[in-house]
Design a binder for this molecule. Structure first.
Ligand SMILES: [Ca+2]
Ligand SMILES: [Ca+2]
Length: 214
């Protein structure tokens, strides 16, 4: 074997051992979900759930999210609100893990995530408990004043704590609220459902997680 061929074989050998087989492929390519919906699902996976950007969702991501949220609100460890946030988030994680972690490795992969939300989209009236809990949790978190509706500043402060640009959050709010000052829980629920189901990029629900383009 000449040096060049040896080099090629060696490289091939290393790559097939070290790099996962479908690393270079779109991991959701084989799923029967539209590109538009895949983009939305990947967006919330990456920004709101895989907080430490490890490529999967696990308990650590939830612990980091708890810290993020409590420091945004100024809730010290040990305070009632910190405990309440901790308990809700861990309960949500348990529900997510039990439903989505098909291979029981303590991690929710992108594939497991997308297939779970595709099930939701087929029958959104029959949401899982953790999905309903998370929806309520996000609404209550955004409604910082506790008056039962979300305004643009409340919305922007939560979305920007996940790293989004405040200006984009404000534009997103204008779209979801249809130019109104506030969004109540009933409106929030139907916008939320639309985010996961809609194939139409101009539907207002697409912007409920603070991003204006997919
Ligand atoms: Ca992670
Ligand atoms: Ca409010």
């Amino acid at each position: 074997m000449d040096v060049l061929n040896y080099g090629k074989t060696f490289l091939h050998d290393v790559l097939t051992r070290v790099v996962p087989r479908n690393f270079f492929r779109n991991r959701l390519a084989s799923m029967p979900i539209s590109e538009f919906r895949k983009k939305k699902l990947l967006y919330i996976f990456n920004v709101f759930f895989d907080v430490n950007q490890s490529g999967t969702i696990d308990k650590k991501d939830f612990e980091l999210a708890i810290e993020k949220i409590c420091s945004l609100r100024g809730w010290a460890p040990g305070s009632d609100q910190y405990k309440k946030t901790y308990d809700s988030m861990i309960q949500i994680w348990d529900g997510l893990r039990q439903r989505a972690d098909a291979n029981q490795d303590g991690q929710v992969s992108v594939e497991e995530w997308a297939s779970m939300w595709d099930e939701y989209a087929k029958n959104p009236g029959n949401a899982l408990d953790w999905q309903n809990q998370y929806q309520r949790f996000m609404f209550d978190l955004e409604d910082a004043s506790g008056d039962g509706s979300i305004d643009v500043e409340e919305f922007t402060s939560v979305c920007s704590c996940y790293g989004l640009e405040p200006q984009e959050c404000r534009e997103a709010f204008a779209k979801i609220s249809g130019g109104q000052k506030e969004v109540n829980f009933q409106q929030f629920q139907s916008l939320w459902q639309q985010f996961f189901v809609s194939e139409n990029p101009s539907d207002p629900g697409n912007f409920i997680f603070g991003k204006t383009k997919f």
